[in-house]
Structures are given as structure tokens and as C-alpha cells.
Ligand binder design. Structure first.
Ligand code: XMP
Length: 526
């Protein structure tokens, strides 16, 4: 819900209407009751409306400054922008020229303006109605746009999520006004109409009954036999295991293979989550040496994937045999896998599809093996699997953990995989994730990671020539894995990541950012 504080503008009600058109609730309150309402209603965003007052006149309408300490995004419109400026330490003066009616607004291209980022033009027509103007923004704010008359026609403090615009986005004469309000709603993490519709569709596929049906189907498929589940640490296999555990209880044994191709500290973290939070018994198999040996000298991506897929299966066969020792075996042992639909389609899982890449748990499986494979999520997409995980009460850190491919870092090291290269990549990757988390962007991104590009380039360190490795950073947005857009990470964040990698990972002399969409590129480099 968005709380609108009314300073007497003719168009306050129109702001509410525009927000409601996006399917989001609003409440209009007076300035002196604003703080109380914010504390009671916990809105996801606050809008300070325009109004006829002047912030420096004695009858200027003010507001309790505590609203700026509530950690809630705020958008100030016209008087709202001036008030925000005045209360946070900026300067407002009577303007030299009145600005009523149409004006041309110019986006400051140097800054990454969150409110204007999806507007396809640098200049556009806006509607103004003011006399005062901000002549100095408060500390922490950057100026994001101007008009020929007003230098500071918009500003923002990205860190605190405070935004001010001198013009009125709610009136239809302002071009892209709806886009600006929409972008503010996104900052407030409000769901838009389209997203609400998608949620409904998701709920119609994933609900208590559909989960019951999945468990029932697993019960019928497995009966009284024993099954093993290959956990990768990711959400798909964990959900597949949790559903199977509901169906057959202790007849399920879960394995996690530490291939050595995992991210830094991953095995320990997975053990902890499964033991303490998901409460699924987990057996860890340490197999780094086996994987490195099998991958020695291999540079072709598809070969790598097939070798890894095969080795996984052989290890599971070995473990299944060990489990069955001394006991009569009824039919083929059952292997539960967390394969989802995009894995299937990219591995030529339908008759007329092409193989894009062999996902380790689909095309990577050798045709000769001793298992009956059951894949309860084969028809589902990642967002649906996450919804099931929520319904199974998985901890949020597991649901929102960035996806990691089964073949692990092997497909993020271009060329042969070695222990040394793995160490370099793990360190660089940990820095990427740590900085993205610190910037508060981790959960907004589908996946972010480092790639060891396999290109050596010339650098200079301590006045010496250094011929070192290249790390590529990839950060992508996606909904269902099939298509992806690269994330516009802030330059400052990229600079920090790059500086840290080249100083903390000795072998690296160059860092580049991958700006390709899928298609034509895929998310992983191999
Ligand atoms: P691509 O690179 O195909 O990746 O655009 C799409 C998503 O799938 C993940 N991925 C895999 N997941 N086994 C998996 O379990 C695999 O072999 C595999 N290959 C790619 C990838 O990380 C991305 O999220």
C-alpha cells in the first residue's frame, strides 16, 4: 500500500487514482497524521504531494522528520520535492521565473536514474506548476534532470530510496508519467497488475491440492521400494527430495556429491541448511579427485557435461549397491532427480527440439545405467518450483539462492578444468556474490557469477609486467530460464568488484562485464 501525504495539491487525488490503476492500494492522509499512519499501516512507499504552500514561509506545511528514518521509499512531487529538500538539508528559493504548464524535461544521462531508466527518450514533455525551486540538493542526493528554467527539476538518493520530481507525473499531459509512477512502485516492491495476474496463474498450477497429487503420484510410482535422491544443493533437487520424503519417508536416502566444482564454502553451507532447516537426512560423498581426474585434458564443453553426468550416475550406482548390500533387491533401484522443464528442452528433451547444451541430469546421463529415474518436476519451471518450496516451508535463503548448474564451475572455466583454476574462480566468484549482497541486489537478480574466461592478457602490477587471467562477470535477470537480460549493475558496484578481484586474486589482471542477452548467448558460458 502506498501512503499519499496531501499538502493541498489540486491533483493529490489523481496520484491515488494512477497508483490504483496499477492495482495497488493507496491511502491519502494529512501531514499532521502522517507519522501515526506510517507506523500503523507500514506502507511500502510514501508520496509527498504537491501543494500551494512555500517551504520557507511561516504558514508552510511541514511534516515530522521522523518519516525519513523509517526505511521506506519516498517520492516527493513538486512541493513534496521542495519539502524533502528543505527538511533534509538542501536549499529552496523563490524561483526567478514561474513555471506553469508545459515544460521540456531533460534526463541527466550521466546518472543511473531509477525513475526514468525505462523511458526511451532523453527529453520529454512534462507539466509544471510551481514558483519555488530547489537550488541545492541535500547531501547524498544526485540531480537527475532539469528543464531550461530549473536546474534541479529532479533528484534522488538511491541509497535511502528518496526521489523528488518538480513536475506532476499524475497528470496525463506529462509524457511517461505513468512509467515514472510505475518505476516508483517497483522500487517499493509493489506488485503490478500484470504480476498479480501471473501470480494467479501460478497459484492455479501450484496449490495444496497439486502438491498432494504430486506426492500421491510419487507414492504410486515408488511403492515400497527404496529410492535415492541426488541433491545438488539447489532448489530443484531439494524440492524433488522433499516431495519424495513426504511420499516414502525413510525409504529415501539423499546424497550430495562434493565434486570440487562447487562455489566457495558451498558444501558446508548445504550440510548446515539440510540438517538444521530442511531436516532431510543427507549423506555427503567427497569426490573431487575423481571429477578432476575424469576432466583432465578435456576442453570441449559438451564433453565436460557428459563426463560429469556420467560420473554422477556411476557414483550413485556405487552408493546404491553399497546401500543394498546383503539385502535382496526388488527391480531396478530408483533415482529421484530434480530435472525441470528448461533442462529437458535445452537437452533436446522433445522430439523436434535441438540440443542447446547437455544438462548433466538429462542428456548427460549415459544410456546404460542401472536406475529407474523419476523426475517429479520435469514439467515445471523454476518460478513454480520456488512456489512449491515456499509451500513446503523451505528457508528463504534456500529459495532465493542463485541457481547453480549441476556441472558447477566446470562450465564456468573455459578450457581444461584444474584445481588451480578452480581456486582462482572460487575466490573471484565469492567477491562478486559478497559485493552484490552488500549492495542489496542479490534477491533482485536471477543469477550472478564469475567466469574464468580462459584468456590471458597483459597487465602491470608493482611496475612489473604481469600476464594474467581474465575474469568475466555475468549478472542476469530471467523469469523462467528460457530468455534472459543482463542486469545494469551500478558502475560503482562493478568498479568495486573489479578492484577487489584484481587486488585479492593475484592471478587475475583483467575483469570484464558480460552484456549479452539470452538468446543469442546462454546464461552459462559453456
Ligand atoms: P543456460 O546456460 O542454458 O542456463 O542459459 C539456464 C539455466 O540452467 C542452469 N544450467 C543447468 N542446471 N544442470 C543444471 O541443473 C545443467 O547441466 C545446467 N546447465 C545450465 C544455468 O545455471 C541457468 O540457471
Amino acid at each position: 500500500m502506498i501512503l499519499i501525504i496531501d499538502f493541498g495539491s489540486q491533483t493529490t487525488h489523481l496520484i491515488a487514482r494512477r497508483i490504483q490503476e496499477e492495482g495497488v492500494k493507496t491511502k491519502i492522509v494529512l501531514p499532521d497524521e502522517a507519522l501515526k499512519n506510517i507506523e500503523e499501516l507500514q506502507p511500502s512507499g510514501i508520496i509527498l504531494s504537491g501543494g500551494p504552500s512555500s517551504v520557507y514561509s511561516t504558514d508552510g506545511l511541514l511534516i515530522d522528520k521522523k518519516i525519513f528514518k523509517k526505511n521506506i521509499p519516498i517520492l516527493g512531487i513538486c512541493y513534496g520535492l521542495q519539502l524533502m529538500s528543505q527538511l533534509l538539508g538542501g536549499k529552496v528559493d523563490p524561483g526567478t521565473k514561474k513555471e506553469y504548464g508545459p515544460a521540456t524535461f531533460d534526463i541527466n544521462q550521466k546518472e543511473k536514474n531509477i525513475l526514468f531508466q525505462t523511458i526511451p527518450q532523453q527529453t520529454f514533455g512534462v507539466w509544471m506548476s510551481h514558483f519555488d525551486e530547489v537550488i541545492e540538493p541535500p547531501a547524498g542526493f544526485i540531480v537527475t534532470g532539469s528543464t531550461p528554467t530549473v536546474k534541479i527539476a529532479s533528484f534522488e538518493d538511491q541509497k535511502r530510496k528518496f526521489y523528488g520530481i518538480q513536475f506532476h507525473p499524475e497528470v496525463h499531459h506529462t509524457e511517461f508519467g505513468d512509467v515514472i509512477l510505475f518505476n516508483f512502485l517497483k522500487v517499493c516492491k509493489e506488485k503490478t497488475k500484470v504480476e498479480r495476474k501471473l501470480d494467479k496463474v501460478l497459484k492455479s498450477r501450484i496449490n495444496d491440492q497439486s502438491i498432494k497429487n504430486m506426492v500421491l503420484k510419487l507414492k504410486e510410482q515408488i511403492g515400497s521400494q527404496k529410492a535415492i535422491c541426488a541433491l545438488s544443493g539447489g532448489i530443484d533437487s531439494a524440492v524433488a527430495a522433499a516431495l519424495t520424503y513426504r511420499a516414502i519417508g525413510d525409504n529415501l536416502t539423499c546424497f550430495y556429491v562434493d565434486t570440487g566444482l562447487m562455489r566457495m564454502g558451498e558444501t558446508e553451507q548445504i550440510k548446515k541448511t539440510f540438517n538444521e532447516k530442511v531436516k532431510l537426512p543427507l549423506k555427503v560423498i567427497y569426490a573431487e579427485n575423481e571429477f578432476l581426474k575424469a576432466l583432465k585434458g578435456i576442453t570441449d564443453p559438451e564433453q565436460k557435461r557428459k563426463i560429469i553426468g556420467e560420473l554422477f550416475i556411476r557414483i550413485f550406482e556405487r552408493e546404491a549397491l553399497r546401500m543394498a548390500q546383503g539385502k535382496p533387491s526388488k527391480g531396478k533401484p530408483i533415482l529421484i532427480q530434480g530435472t525441470i522443464y528448461p533442462d529437458v528442452i535445452e537437452s533436446k528433451g522433445t522430439k523436434h527440439a535441438q540440443t542447446i547444451k547437455t544438462h548433466h541430469n538429462v542428456g548427460g546421463i549415459p544410456s546404460a545405467h542401472t536406475f529407474t529415474i523419476i523426475e517429479p518436476l520435469r514439467e515445471y519451471y523454476k518460478d513454480e518450483v520456488r512456489e512449491i518450496a515456499k509451500m513446503l516451508n523451505f528457508p528463504p535463503e534456500m529459495i532465493w539462492r542463485h541457481i547453480f548448474p549441476g556441472p558447477g564451475l566446470a562450465v564456468r572455466i573455459i578450457g581444461e578444468v584444474t584445481k588451480e583454476k578452480l581456486e582462482i574462480l572460487k575466490k573471484a566468484d565469492a567477491i562478486v556474490i559478497e559485493e552484490i549482497k552488500k549492495a542489496g541486489l542479490y534477491e533482485d537478480i536471477w543469477m550472478a557469477f564469475a567466469v574464468l574466461a580462459g584468456i590471458k592478457t597483459t597487465g602491470v602490477g608493482g611496475d612489473e609486467r604481469k600476464y594474467g587471467e581474465t575474469i568475466a562477470i555475468r549478472a542476469i535477470e530471467s523469469k523462467d530460464t528460457m530468455t534472459a537480460e543482463w542486469v545494469r549493475l551500478p558502475y560503482d558496484l562493478l568498479a568495486k568488484i573489479s578492484n577487489r578481484i584484481v587486488t585479492e586474486v593475484f592471478e587475475v589482471t583483467r575483469v570484464v562485464y558480460d552484456i549479452t542477452t539470452k538468446p543469442p548467448a546462454t546464461m552459462e558460458w559453456e
